[in-house]
Design a binder for this molecule. Structure first.
Ligand code: IPD
Ligand code: CA
Length: 304
């Protein structure tokens, strides 16, 4: 790690993210040729593949000795090792992308020893760039490509509040969730049950959260936690490329990542079950425990 120039890697990732962002914006949603993977809700487009090819070409030219894992070229069984590895989702939020809903991003993560170390998440529709380098803080830069603030954009440290309030419990929380693309089976049943319990009134045995939100992109959901806009985000089924970049950002914003299944405070990068909590002066541990009680005896199970 000592001989890695994390700042240079971060700067390279930003330049690649901006280039990829131009490619995403140039695709007209109504003309996108859409294919599916596991089922009709698991969508992939030619743009996903073209962006990954661009990213992989750029990163392998700049860092030929580093490993690369990307969603569109991933082969089952390939594992995240301890080697320096770029972990990339060319478009996170593909469903939004094909519907023209402006919450899709490119998610460029860099892990060392399986720890998210540098993260760059860029939403080209809103020109929002989330960045983080391990030990050096996390930031949101808005409008740099649009030319705001003399072309530098408006750069804010994350979380956005200088004094994030304590976490008081689920009943005062805004919680990120996603339905995912699997719409039957035990994982789906558990998710639906947990969503219902989170929302239900206390009189009927629920926790009555302020509300649930889905941005349709795991990376952007995690960035919303890093920014302090969501209090928590609970997810099962997404992959290392959906979380690596934003996890590096979350950690630098004072957030924590526990497992989406009860009991594991140090989930692996490729564990596919996550519970992210925003930075706060107190209440992080307690709110994780409260959430795990809502999950109860249920467990999400996904193949690695
Ligand atoms: C999906 C999104 C979604 C999450 C899914 C992911 P994709 O990624 O991140 O929020 O719930 O598990 O697969 O397909 O848009 O890259
Ligand atoms: Ca994707």
């Amino acid at each position: 790690m000592a001989d890695l120039n994390l700042q240079e890697i971060h700067d390279t990732l930003i330049s690649v993210a901006h280039e990829a962002g131009r490619m995403i914006l140039s695709a007209n949603p109504t003309d996108i040729s859409t294919g599916t993977k596991l089922n009709s809700a698991d969508i992939v487009t030619e743009t996903d593949k073209a962006v990954e090819a661009l990213v992989s070409t750029r990163l392998s030219a700049a860092y030929p000795t580093f490993s690369f894992i990307g969603e569109e070229t991933y082969k089952p069984g390939v594992e995240v090792t301890s080697a320096p590895t770029f972990i990339v989702d060319p478009i996170d939020g593909t469903t939004n992308f094909v519907h023209g809903f402006p919450h899709a991003c490119i998610s460029l993560g860099f892990a060392v020893d399986r720890i998210p170390t540098v993260g760059v998440v860029y939403n080209p529709y809103l020109d929002q760039l989330y960045t983080g380098i391990r030990g050096q803080g996390a930031y949101l830069t808005q409008g740099a490509v649009w030319g705001l603030e003399g072309g530098k954009g408006r750069k804010s440290k994350l979380p956005l509040s200088k004094n994030p309030p304590p976490l008081k419990g689920l009943d005062t929380s805004l919680v990120g969730i996603e339905w995912g693309s699997t719409r039957d089976g035990p994982n789906y049943e558990l998710k639906a049950e947990v969503f219902k319990k989170l929302c239900a009134s206390k009189e009927t045995g629920g926790t009555m959260v302020h509300s649930l939100r889905s941005l349709g992109s795991a990376a952007l959901n995690l960035c919303a936690v890093a920014a302090g806009q969501y209090d928590l985000y609970w997810e099962g089924g997404c992959w290392a490329w959906d979380v690596c970049a934003a996890w590096a950002i979350l950690a630098e914003a004072g957030g924590i990542m526990a497992s989406g299944n009860p009991g594991d405070w140090n989930p692996p990068i490729d564990g596919r079950k996550y519970l992210a909590v925003r930075g706060a002066p107190s209440g992080q541990k307690e709110i994780v425990e409260e959430f795990w009680k809502v999950v109860g005896e249920g467990r999400m199970e996904y193949e690695s």
